[in-house]
Design a protein around this ligand. Sequence first.
Ligand SMILES: [Zn+2]
Length: 385
Amino acid sequence: MKKSITPGQIKQNNRNRIYECIYRRGTKGISQQEISSALNISRPTVAYNLRELEEDGLIIKSALPDSNQSGQSGRKPSIWSADSDYKIAVGVEILINEIKIIAINLYGSKIKREVIKINFTNDEKYYKYISERVKNFIDSLNIHDASRKILGIGFALQGLVSDDGKTVIYGEILKCTGLKIEVFTKWLDYPCIFVHEPDGAALSELWVSPELTSAIYLSLSVHLGGAVIYHRKILNGMHRHSATFEHIQPEGENNLCYCGKRGCFETVCSMSALLGDDDPEDFFNHVREGRVNESKRWAKFLDYLAKLIANLHLFIDTKYILGGHLAPYFTENDVKILYDKIRESTPFDENDDFILISRMPSHNITIGAALPYIINFLKDAGVSY
Ligand SMILES: [Zn+2]
């Protein structure tokens, strides 16, 4: 039986639609008249909701810039825009030798960022120190009423995390399997979650790509990782290890992987496998200059990457996004090489239309760690992403 809608739901629905309309307009702002026409909601109802949203602090009123040269008098219409700092979320990326912290606003834009060099150790001293640094970082934002404004803190790390984000269920890189979020919440008075690093990166990609529906995201960073995006959701799977294709084993390889097995793609197709201790800038400069050693290593890397994508593409025929720290170094010609190699091994006439380079290579993981909080807040306020 279809349930009837209560007056309370209609009221909430109007408020959400009006907020969404204002939010989507961004910094340009929108007038009451435009909102009323766009949503087909009466002007008194719009006016009532604008007052409420303004009182609650979600939107800001400003006067329309004076472009009127005709000498007309009368009141200038007000322009409404969403207060981008109404809520803030914090993302922290935990790496083996440093942490990166970022604060983002409701548009996912960076407010402030900080990098701290510190070696990871799985002990209370480390977690207490990191918590203090995060606290200092939040203090430095000079936010009035931070406990109300900050939605939460996402900690991205190289490990699989439980569905509720409270436990690291596989953390072999940092040797922290079983880690509980309490190691942070005992010091930090904010909601906190763990985020699997490639999931954070994929979430960032979705955030900047409104037209993206489904794809396989390949995180080509220090370690290889990935995420399956399906209808704008990240599929983690029954045991949360979907898209861990870094542990698929191509034939003929025997290097030891951190997982304890031998010959995984991680050992030939990650940034650490490609570069060792080399600096990526120097390495790619040498590749583009045509130096033999670096060119050979890059060609071998592309060979394995093509093999990986060719296999995955037979399984899931979708877009493949090259993301992670290596993404900005790919050239058009590199992608062409990948297509050529993929065509050599697949029975289908593949078009050059399914490999994309990430749109958001910088700060994508830290931003992605904070985004779950922003996305949830906006969803409740009526804005789907
Ligand atoms: Zn492995």
